[in-house]
Design a protein around this ligand. Structure first.
Ligand code: NAD
Length: 424
């Protein structure tokens, strides 16, 4: 089971208790009854599985995996699978609840779910990784399916892992089942536009908030933490809209280029150096100075928990757009709010990825593939509509954008829960 509030260890950050308290606060802001709030908070289903894997050496090693469906009142569960040594019940439960909120915020017909295996995939050979993936997929197979719960990639899982899961479940059920996972290659039911969809959603949120605040795009200086699947496409997308990316960091260090970074020069440099460090003519800054680089917009697109109280105090930007999951701590969020810094929260800002997954699943169910233009047009509309509604609720409820986004999610889940009633 997940940790209950009375079991909380003082001074120890627990992601589950944080998300549970955010839902509880939103429920109170919305005037929901306590029993409804508790019904929304508690995960519906927690499956813990033992995953025995025959290693290349011939011996059998045991791993532990989870699949958690947090809420399925609005549709089948949706959420990634992560392979990481830190995975545990509370972490997966917190991420599954984030997914319930995120899918409700962008108003797609999904509930929230998440899965994972406690493993360091770097320590496995490719064949060990395949055996681990297939055995884990077999163990969670009774719980997943296109109309039950649809996994996707997350940390350390990719299109190949999704392909193995799709194949395992298809073999078990005796027919091809592309809609059981998203993030697949095009050859087995993936969609055009999936790569870069999260970054496009972040860009739409950036443009939308600038419009609401009456700030011209071509006067904005942006810093981005992370130059990976989300951070790298952002440099081009934001530059194409006239913004100037003046700082980028990755795991190796940070660069500052006051006159603006060229995405094509950076892409070329990165292809050779495998880091942003060493970009021609860049000023090098330490990790602690990165957030203070003079800028208007800051985009964390790497790790969770990076905008702490201290970082929020020195941040130069007046807008934060959370491309990463959970980049701002509770204390950091309080400082941002006190300083009047607008933060577009992760459940809205990075939802482009799950919207893309929804489009992939819809195409798989229909057996009808869309053109890229249709995909992009629908992604832009879904993200713009979501931003518009969260902005409206932020004004109506007189709360921060983060609180408004969670309230929108909780409100929609409560509405579905209420109208469906209680079985039996
Ligand atoms: P990724 O692994 O492709 O890239 C991560 C980047 O972060 C890399 O450039 C890495 O060097 C950098 N990084 C790591 N540690 C760092 C540090 N200490 N300081 C600065 N940079 C550091 O990951 P991604 O898929 O781009 O995901 C980034 C974030 O976005 C994660 O929080 C993820 O959960 C979230 N997210 C991703 C997607 C998606 O579609 N990929 C969707 C929603 C949310």
């Amino acid at each position: 089971m997940v940790t209950q509030p009375e079991q909380a260890k003082p001074h120890e950050f627990n992601p589950w208790l944080r998300v549970a308290s955010l839902i509880e606060t939103a429920g109170h802001q919305l005037g929901l009854a306590d029993d409804m709030i508790q019904r929304i908070i508690q995960p519906e289903r927690i499956l813990e599985v033992s995953v025995p894997v025959r290693m290349d050496s011939g011996r059998i090693q045991m791993f532990t995996g989870w699949r958690i469906q947090h809420d399925t009142s609005r549709g089948p569960g949706k959420g990634g699978i992560r392979f990481h040594p830190s995975v545990n019940t509370d972490e997966i439960a917190a991420l599954s609840a984030d997914m319930s909120i995120k899918c409700a915020v962008v108003n797609i017909p999904y509930g929230g779910a998440k899965g994972g295996v406690k493993v360091d995939p770097e320590a496995l050979s490719r064949s060990e990784l395949e055996r681990l993936t297939r055995r884990y997929a077999f163990s969670i197979a009774p719980m997943i399916g296109p109309d039950r719960d649809i996994p996707a990639p997350d940390i350390n899982t990719d299109f190949q892992v999704m392909s193995w899961i799709m194949d395992t479940v298809s073999m078990l059920r005796g027919h091809n089942m592309p809609g059981v996972v998203t993030g697949k290659p095009l050859s087995i039911g993936g969609t055009l536009g999936h790569a870069g969809a999260t970054s496009l959603g972040v860009t739409i949120c950036a443009a939308a908030i600038l419009e609401r605040l009456g700030r011209p795009m071509n006067e904005q200086r942006v810093i981005i933490q992370g130059y990976g699947k989300v951070g790298a496409p952002l440099v081009k997308l934001l530059s194409d809209r006239g913004m100037k990316v003046v700082g980028i960091s990755d795991v190796h260090g940070a660069i500052h280029v006051p006159e603006g970074i060229s995405y094509s020069i950076l892409a070329k440099h990165f292809a050779e150096a495998h880091t942003v460090v060493g970009y021609p003519g860049a000023l090098h800054v330490g990790a602690e100075e990165f957030w203070a680089i003079p800028s208007d917009i800051a985009i964390p697109a790497a790790l969770g928990g990076v905008i702490t109280e201290d970082v929020a105090e020195v941040l130069s930007a007046s807008i934060v757009i959370e491309a990463a999951n959970g980049p701002t701590t509770g204390e950091g969020a309080a400082v941002l709010a006190r300083r009047g810094i607008q933060a577009v929260p992760d459940v809205l800002a990075n939802a482009g990825g799950v919207v893309a997954s929804y489009f992939e699943w819809a195409q798989d169910l229909q057996g009808f593939m869309w053109e890229r233009e249709l995909f992009t047009q629908r992604l832009e509309k879904t993200m713009s509509d979501a931003f518009k509604y969260v902005w409206q609720r932020h004004l109506e409820l007189n709360v921060t954008l983060r609180e408004a986004a969670i309230a929108v999610g909780v409100e929609r889940i409560a509405e579905a829960t209420e109208v469906r009633g209680l079985f039996p």
